[in-house]
Write a protein that binds this ligand. Structure first.
Ligand SMILES: [Mg+2]
Length: 272
């Protein structure tokens, strides 16, 4: 592998799984910090704020996460606010997403019922309070002409005892019902990756995207024009990684972050 200067690290399945740090994640970031390289955490998480994710990373023992977390929920609210300043938004998500939308200058409507005119925008996030009534409200808004955004297309989320349905599972239900495609902000769309590189001032040829999902992290990295590395500590098995083709094929495959660190040290010419 080349000597990369900037690392974009996916979280679930790369740095941690549930409340457990994964092998080598902390040591990799410590080495990047110690050698003047950069790391930024890139989360497709649709409901947490960057500060909340930083708190979790800090609690699990990751060094200095504050100010270097980008979440798809935050990026989605800011992308919508940029395109539709002050828009009225129905958020299919938890109060945390509504707060991020309001902080971005949007007006959250249809919170408790579908009173008032059709919202300008529907934002589909991870709604753990999902009910048939909330799905019905979202569908009514989309069919009524609201712009349809989804934070990401995550099919499922790895948790300690298995998986739970992701944001994409909810957004896809609405796409199927409405016959309309959602505009995606998080991975596999390249927008969040490009925003991360902008924040770091990183050059494409010096940047490595590290993820555990072929359809999300690897596709997004390729779309953003950077080198992609898959770790096998999350969504993808070695067999699936080897069989992947086209935009889903990772440039590099590692068992875990510990192995990335070993090879990064070799590539940098340092003694391991
Ligand atoms: Mg992941």
């Amino acid at each position: 592998m080349r000597d990369f200067q900037s690392y974009l690290l996916d979280l679930d399945g790369v740095v941690y799984r549930g409340e457990q740090l994964l092998p080598g994640a902390r040591e990799l970031v410590e080495w990047l910090d110690a050698t003047g390289r950069q790391a930024l955490y890139l989360s497709n998480n649709s409901i947490s704020t960057p500060d909340e994710v930083a708190e979790k990373l800090s609690r699990l023992g990751m060094p200095h996460p504050e100010g270097r977390v980008l979440t798809a929920g935050w990026a989605a609210c800011h992308a919508i606010a940029k395109r539709f300043p002050g828009a009225r938004v129905f958020v299919l998500g938890l109060p945390s997403v509504e707060h991020m939308a309001e902080a971005a200058g949007l007006r959250v409507v249809w919170r408790d019922n579908a009173d008032g005119p059709i919202p300008d925008v529907v934002l589909s996030a991870l709604d753990r309070t999902l009910t048939y009534e909330r799905l019905r409200r979202a569908l009514r808004a989309i069919m009524g002409g609201a712009a349809f955004y989804a934070v990401n297309r995550d099919p499922r989320l790895p948790v300690e005892d298995g998986f739970e349905p992701g944001t994409g599972a909810i957004a896809t239900a609405l796409e199927y019902a409405s016959g309309q495609q959602a505009e995606i902000i998080g991975k596999p769309a390249p927008g969040i990756v490009l925003e991360a590189m902008r924040q770091l001032g990183a050059l494409p040829e010096d940047t490595l995207m590290v993820g555990d999902g072929l359809d999300l992290d690897i596709v997004a990295g390729h779309a953003a024009g950077i080198t992609t590395a898959l770790v096998l500590t999350g969504l993808t098995s070695a067999e699936q990684a080897e069989a992947a083709t086209g935009e889903r094929r990772p440039d590099l495959i590692f068992p875990d972050c510990a192995t990335i660190l070993t090879q990064a040290k070799e590539a940098s010419g340092a003694s391991a």
